[in-house]
Design a protein around this ligand. Structure first.
Ligand code: PNS
Length: 167
């Protein structure tokens, strides 16, 4: 049986923390779909298509990882894809409340889909897309936080920052 995991999120933009979770998820699932959605609570820097392209470019060497965009309810999308589980990264206690609420709401909406939490490497626990955007917009160096395709796209968005990839 092909065990599919869905890793949903805004990915605005993808960080090394996300990449770490994707890699860990490939050890548990036969295939992992990175599913890009709109989070109504957040203002996006990149369009969903741009974010998808950046995830694709940053994960192209990973077998069994695909990238998709979805609208509507996550559980409906997960059921359509016949996914076994929703994967979410958990960095710190501060993530827990929102993640707990979301997991239980999703279980209420579809009790057949489990949510599993994966912890990124500890060196990424302070990292967030929001912080990466803020640092880049103020001219700070984000090269150790994002993959090369994302760094390139961020340099174009914020021309004052022209940092080189450290990978
Ligand atoms: O990376 P994010 O912003 O924390 O991801 C949140 C996301 C996109 C996974 C969440 O907002 C979501 O699932 N949106 C789809 C709509 C939905 O199903 N909402 C109900 C879940 S509580």
């Amino acid at each position: 049986m092909n065990k599919i995991g869905i890793y949903p999120g805004s990915f605005d933009p993808l960080t090394y923390g996300h990449v770490d979770v994707i890699r860990r998820a490939t050890h548990l699932f036969d295939s992992v779909i990175v599913a890009i959605a709109t989070n109504e609570a957040k203002k996006a820097l990149f369009s969903k298509e741009e974010r998808a392209e950046l995830v694709r470019a940053s994960t192209e060497e990973m077998d069994r990882v695909s990238v998709d965009i979805f609208d509507g309810l996550l559980v409906d999308y997960a059921a359509e894809q016949t996914a076994k589980a929703i994967i979410r990264g958990l960095r710190a206690i501060s993530d827990y409340e929102f993640e707990f609420q979301m997991a239980l709401m999703n279980r209420h909406l579809n009790h057949e889909i489990e949510t599993i939490f994966m912890m990124p490497k500890d060196k990424y626990t302070f990292l967030s897309s929001g912080m990466v955007k803020e640092v880049a917009s103020l001219g700070g160096d984000i090269s150790s936080f994002v993959p090369e395709p994302v760094l390139h796209a961020m340099n174009q968005r914020f021309p004052a920052t022209n940092f080189k990839s450290d990978s």
